[in-house]
Ligand binder design. Structure first.
Ligand code: FES
Length: 106
């Protein structure tokens, strides 16, 4: 299991545990993180799992694939640290990950 801290748009922080497998979107949804919608179920088809990841954590992730980058480009709240949580595979090296939720989701 790894720990992930989600910072909701309100500023409320919640640290949850999740298996070092699966994806970040499901970890957030399972913990009822406000703003983690994941409406397409993780198929990179909705953009409602948009999150911001601090740069030092981004450096530990593979870069977004073309379909993720295309979906992110449609977001009104795109930032350099934007990622889609459903495309982030959890693994032991991500223990301690911090995730900021955007103010607007979808
Ligand atoms: S859950 Fe739809 S794009 Fe991530």
């Amino acid at each position: 299991m790894i720990e992930i801290t989600f910072v909701e748009a309100s500023g409320k922080e919640r640290t949850v545990t999740a298996p070092a497998a699966g994806d970040l979107m499901h970890a957030g949804r399972n913990a009822d993180i406000v703003g983690m919608l994941g409406e397409c179920g993780g198929t990179c088809g909705c953009g409602t799992c948009h999150v911001y990841i601090e740069q030092h954590w981004l450096d530990r992730l593979p870069p977004p694939a073309d379909d993720e980058a295309d979906m992110l480009s449609l977001s009104d709240s795109l930032l350099p640290e934007s990622r889609l949580a459903c495309q982030i595979v959890l693994r032991a090296e991500l223990d301690g990950l911090r995730v900021q939720m955007p103010e607007v989701q979808g």
